[in-house]
Design a protein around this ligand. Sequence first.
Ligand code: NAG
Ligand code: NAG
Ligand code: NAG
Ligand code: NAG
Ligand code: NAG
Length: 281
Amino acid sequence: MVNSRSELTLSLLLFSALCLEAFIIELEVFSPAQRMNWSEARLYCQRNHVDLVAGNIVDISGLNGSLLNLRQVWMGLRRVPRNDSAWRWIDPKGGEGVSGGDFSQSVLWAQGEPRYADCGSFDPVNQKFYSKACSTELPFLCYDDNLVVVNENKTWEDALKHCRKMESPCEDEPSPCIYKHDLLSLEVLVEYNYVRDRIYKATTDEVWTSLRFLGGEWRWSNGQQLEDQTMLPDCPSQWKHCGTLSKHDTNHWITRNCLERRNFICYRYKTVSNQTDYLGV
Ligand SMILES: *[C@@H]1O[C@H](CO)[C@@H](O)[C@H](O)[C@H]1NC(C)=O
Ligand SMILES: *[C@@H]1O[C@H](CO)[C@@H](O)[C@H](O)[C@H]1NC(C)=O
Ligand SMILES: *[C@@H]1O[C@H](CO)[C@@H](O)[C@H](O)[C@H]1NC(C)=O
Ligand SMILES: *[C@@H]1O[C@H](CO)[C@@H](O)[C@H](O)[C@H]1NC(C)=O
Ligand SMILES: *[C@@H]1O[C@H](CO)[C@@H](O)[C@H](O)[C@H]1NC(C)=O
């Protein structure tokens, strides 16, 4: 679960919020005021945000020195247990352990620096990685996104209503602005794997997305058509008119009876006025 936004402003010094993706999913990087050892830092990020920043999720070239004003920060990078030569990014899905390819050959490591220790730190000024003893207390970077996985079991229609009722004021915004939510429309397929990993804490195997068969077509609730209609049946059975995403399957979409009850995923977006600007379904 993502913690409430209000706790975030109270308990954190928000250094910078970087918008790193142009798509529906927006990532923000936070630099809390505390210094912690690596495992405490990771726990802190998981409790207050999503996880420690990992270079295979957040574009680290955007984390430059002038923005952060920090020299050494913990990142979600670890030496692989039982293999001293391999380094990997943390696995945000399981909440522990590592995933992804080997980072040990990257040119982003500081040259010469021997890698004796087990945890990876990053210098935003020279954009290089270092190995440091995991017990060292350092500042650290967490990331957050604009997704909310709701662990309540609702029909598709009620899930849509639930998301659309969620509102909150924007923080640190000079102009009038509120956050609204909608059931997730996943128009850009490159975001699919990120979302699938993000729903691992759902209590149902599948979660509702905003995909809906209406007027002979599959559409997202924000009015967008499905990028590739051929991925879904053009004549779904009478009962399977709503789309889910499974945390286990590699199939992109699954069609289900809209009256089934399950968890769902909302995404947050900014609006300048207190008006509903999406007129979807
Ligand atoms: C740091 O980031 C800011 C904002 O993205 C950018 O304007 C600036 O050019 C960057 N500086 C360096 C040294 O990359
Ligand atoms: C350790 O990691 C390196 C680098 O990825 C790899 O080449 C090697 O095969 C791994 N060794 C073992 C025993 O897994
Ligand atoms: C990190 O700090 C916690 C709390 O102080 C401590 O229990 C833990 O042993 C430390 N871990 C390392 C690797 O130093
Ligand atoms: C939702 O359904 C799942 C699967 O049937 C169940 O494990 C979970 O406890 C339910 N959650 C709530 C809040 O009822
Ligand atoms: C937006 O307007 C609705 C109805 O007019 C009101 O109930 C709600 O509190 C408003 N939300 C905000 C954040 O001002």
